[in-house]
Design a protein around this ligand. Structure first.
Ligand SMILES: *[C@@H]1O[C@H](CO)[C@@H](O)[C@H](O)[C@H]1NC(C)=O
Length: 400
């Protein structure tokens, strides 16, 4: 073997080790599957960063392009009719059970995740989840799309979802799909969980909407940007698939493509002096149960003296950060289900919302997965995916 070949092999080995090396907690099930998946994710992320560095394409646009290969057409099957239409000009996928039914059906309005920049109802993972929901609940499922960053910023995402939901909640639309107006729920994962929580709050005092939600279900939701130094942020900062740098990038892209907000968020130095009265709503020192604090010391976010907040006030808007709603607002929310995962940077967002909802007198079921990680419900072929999905569907079946 020549020297060049040896060097080449060495280089390949180092690169391979870099891609496959993923520091995983001991109790993760099927770790090799996650290692492989993360190697693919890392490759795609690095490719997107590289393309951005060269000025070829925005980071999110490359990611979105790579993801688009996982989209599937709206194919009807023996048990379900699938169609694409628009609700208030927002594209949606509707799944209607084929079995004849005398009674009206339950309705579930689903909002996909993807950090406000990525994803669609057409992705295989969401299409699969919608079909499973139809099968196990005999419900009508509406899986909505919404405009995405970097082209569109807050509040476009929120408004699209809200307009689409409002259309679904019209008496004539519900009649058309045979949905029982008393048994409608909203559900979403990650950024979709954020939007689900936000639209559920908004509906409470919207005089235009007479039909109210029966339940909301939030799957590892992102709920606030005020404090990006929670224990779950510290513990899981480097844990794939959702690292701290990616989380901060997603959040800041929701409001602007200006990278200065991202930099400030990374050091938790983006909150204005005026926001001090909001700290109590995200104070993990008082809102997290002891086991999740685990020796972490509370530091309140540092005040920002620049003009970031004036330029991008969205990050303290309750429609972007539902955890900032006051107790009166929370008090009126419907029955709630929250899924959190131990190995998830967004874990404490969900747990703090559970605490606040409980204190406000809302009936909440909190399902925490000790070996769960962010995004698990969308990972086809993982045992944890099926476990979370089963819990989720059986909660919906009992409560919707
Ligand atoms: C957060 O909560 C802790 C303990 O409950 C309290 O001592 C502290 O003053 C609170 N900080 C803020 C900024 O609300």
């Amino acid at each position: 073997m020549g020297r060049k070949t040896l060097l080449l092999l060495l280089l390949l080995g180092v690169l391979g080790a870099y891609y496959v090396h993923t520091p995983l907690p001991d109790n993760i099930e099927e770790p090799w599957k996650l290692v492989l998946l993360n190697a693919v994710l890392k490759t795609v992320l690095n490719l997107s960063l590289f393309a951005e560095l060269l000025g070829i394409n925005h980071f999110m646009d490359t990611l979105m392009f790579c993801m688009s290969f996982q989209e599937v057409p709206p194919t009807s099957a023996e048990n379900v009719t699938v169609m694409e239409t628009t609700f208030n000009n927002v594209p949606v996928r509707v799944y209607i059970p084929n079995r004849k039914s005398q009674a009206l059906r339950r309705g579930l309005f689903y909002i996909h995740g993807g950090g406000m920049s990525l994803g669609s109802a057409a992705l295989f993972a969401y299409d699969e989840l919608s079909r499973q929901t139809v099968n196990s609940l005999d419900a009508v499922v509406v899986s909505t799309d919404y405009r995405l960053a970097p082209k569109y910023h807050f509040p476009s995402q929120f408004e699209d979802v809200y307009n689409s939901l409002k259309w679904f909640l019209r008496q004539d639309v519900l009649e058309k799909y045979g949905v029982d107006p008393k048994r409608i729920g909203v559900s979403g994962d990650s950024a979709g969980g954020n939007l689900a929580a936000a639209v559920t709050q908004k509906l409470i005092d919207d005089p235009d909407v007479k039909i109210k939600l029966k339940i909301q279900s939030l799957i590892y939701p992102a709920l606030q940007t005020l404090d990006m130094d929670l224990p779950s942020y510290r513990d899981n900062a480097l844990l794939p698939p959702l690292t701290k740098s990616l989380t901060v990038r997603f959040w800041s892209e929701y409001f602007t493509t200006d990278r200065s907000l991202e930099k400030a968020m990374l050091f938790n130095q983006h909150t204005p002096v005026e926001s001090a009265q909001l700290f109590k709503f995200v104070n993990w020192s008082s809102l997290l149960p002891e086991i999740f604090k685990k020796g972490h010391l509370y530091k309140s976010p540092t005040h920002d003296t620049s003009e970031l907040f004036k330029k991008y006030p969205g990050f303290l808007d309750v429609r972007a950060a539902p955890l900032l709603a006051d107790n009166d607002k929370l008090h009126s929310l419907p029955v709630t289900y929250v899924i959190t995962c131990q190995y998830d940077i967004l874990r404490d967002d969900g747990i703090m919302y559970v605490t606040r909802l409980q204190k406000a007198g809302v009936r909440v079921t909190h399902q925490h997965f000790e070996d769960g990680f962010h995004g698990a419900i969308t990972y086809h072929g993982f045992k944890i995916r099926d476990r979370i999905t089963n819990h989720y569907l059986s909660w919906l079946n009992e409560n919707l």
